[in-house]
Design a protein. Structure first.
Length: 209
């Protein structure tokens, strides 16, 4: 298939902890830790339901910070590439000030890329011969795939999903997971974040072959 364009729909950093103490996590504290100006603080909605607290940062930043029961997630929907995103810097601020770092279990990155092709997608690209035999003469309308694999001490979860009614588009999602109980070097985290995006680009380029 020939790829016409790509669009970053969302980048994400997620950290998992043994537990997170939600009692000290308030809207005011989150806004202060993230360094929002007084005007930005007034334009950053805060939501709270049992087990979940989330702060939507001002529209210009296109990010949100979410605390779940034992999970911290920061999303960047700006469309910027990792090398241009300050997602890791925001993660650093939250990690250093709002959670107990000693309870870290793992962290990882998520990349969601919308791919547009020049011609309608041949969904057989994503399906093995054995599964295609199930069609038994039928016509394949849509298909995707998922692979979970390990490489270089990291776990990868790759998913390719069709978009109903858009035969020239599909979404590539990649999660890269690191099992570790400490983060000490945020320059390393930034480098891993950028390298992960290169991995997505490599996967997408292979689909063209």
């Amino acid at each position: 298939m020939k790829i016409q364009s790509q669009e970053i729909k969302q980048l994400n950093i997620t950290a998992v902890f043994k537990e997170i103490d939600h009692t000290s996590i308030t809207a005011q504290k989150m806004r202060e830790v993230l360094g929002l100006s007084e005007a930005e603080k007034k334009n950053s909605p805060f939501f709270e339901i049992p087990g979940v607290k989330s702060l939507i940062m001002p529209p210009g930043k296109q990010k949100d910070v979410v605390f779940e029961s034992n999970r911290l997630r920061i999303n960047d929907k700006s469309g910027k590439e990792p090398k241009d995103s300050n997602l890791v810097q925001d993660f650093n601020k939250v990690f250093e000030n709002l959670v107990d770092r000693t309870k870290l279990v793992a962290y990882g990155f998520n990349y969601d890329i919308l791919v547009t092709t020049e011609e309608s997608v041949d969904y057989k690209t994503f399906v093995g011969e054995k599964m295609l035999s199930i069609l038994n003469g039928g016509i394949l309308s849509e298909a995707g795939m998922r692979m979970v694999y390990k490489k270089d001490d990291k776990r990868f979860d790759l998913q390719i999903s069709p978009i109903g009614g858009r035969p020239k588009q599909f979404v590539v999602h990649l999660n890269i997971h690191y099992d570790t109980d400490k983060i000490e070097d945020f320059t390393l985290i930034q480098n891993q974040f950028v390298q992960g995006y290169s991995e997505v680009q490599k996967i997408i380029s292979q689909l063209e072959e």
